[in-house]
Ligand binder design. Structure first.
Ligand code: THU
Length: 135
């Protein structure tokens, strides 16, 4: 997996962030099993609750195009106008939503800390995940 390229895509996506309320711009790039990349950025709303995180925008784009298998997501975030220094991990809601579409222990979350790539699995970020089972 070319994580450098995935991070680059996330940085490109971040340029489209619509974050006039938090002034925090996030970009994400979601990689499918067959190598396609779906970008997402955060999109805020003045009434707050409809605001969307970059990760869920990327996932919704991919799912709505029929994609079903994902191997990694790169995320980058920082205040608008600044270059990201700190790692940007998915929020709790995005962790849960992603967990419903990926293999938790294999799916990689890639971000950067002071220009250095850091990677972990979604199961490290969401241990003991809620799993809905219909009977
Ligand atoms: N945000 C994301 O897009 N992804 C994350 O992983 C963390 C937070 C967005 C939501 C909101 O628009 C802004 O960043 C500040 O929380």
């Amino acid at each position: 997996m070319d994580t450098k390229k995935l991070l680059k895509e996330a940085k490109e996506a971040r340029k489209n962030a619509y974050a006039p309320f938090s002034s925090f711009a996030v970009g994400a790039a979601l990689l499918t099993k067959d190598g396609k990349i779906y970008r997402g950025c955060n999109i805020e709303s003045s009434v707050m609750s409809p605001s969307l995180c970059a990760e869920r925008v990327a996932l919704a784009k991919a799912l709505s195009e029929g994609e079903k298998e994902f191997t990694a997501i790169a995320i980058t975030g920082a205040p608008v106008g600044e270059d990201p220094k700190d790692p940007c991990y998915p929020c709790g809601v995005c962790r849960q939503v992603l967990s419903e579409h990926v293999d938790l222990s294999a799916f990689q979350v890639v971000t950067e800390e002071n220009g250095k790539e850091v990677t972990c699995t979604l199961s490290e970020l969401l241990p003991k995940a809620f799993v809905f089972e219909k009977n």
